[in-house]
Design a protein around this ligand. Structure first.
Ligand code: FES
Length: 102
């Protein structure tokens, strides 16, 4: 059973913005791309860069450290299928953004 944890409210992440949340030692990057809320593991698998601080264009975030890119909704990267960033399910309840945590 996934556990959903409130990590933001909708007014904290208007369209085009990102929020980084630490919960139980894990970093989550929560994005609002065109009104769609998504969450991925906030730590870049290359060398640990902060993906919540990356520039977002469309649904693609670019890691601020060395430029690896990830789709913030699917976790996929143009680098190939061997690398995939964890994606966490989202639930919206009233104004609350809940993220499914492992
Ligand atoms: S740490 Fe993200 S691209 Fe290097």
């Amino acid at each position: 059973m996934p556990r959903f944890v409130k990590m933001a409210t909708l007014d904290e992440i208007p369209a085009g913005s990102t929020k980084e949340v630490e919960f139980e030692g894990r970093i989550y990057a929560i994005y609002n791309t065109d009104g769609v809320i998504s969450a991925i593991d906030g730590i870049c698998p290359h060398q640990g860069g902060p993906l919540a601080e990356g520039m977002v264009e469309g649904t693609t975030v670019t890691c601020p450290w060395h430029g690896w890119q990830f789709d913030v909704r699917s976790g996929k990267t143009p680098l190939g299928p061997k690398i995939k960033q964890a994606v966490y399910e989202i639930k919206i309840e009233d104004q609350d953004v809940l993220v499914s945590v492992p």
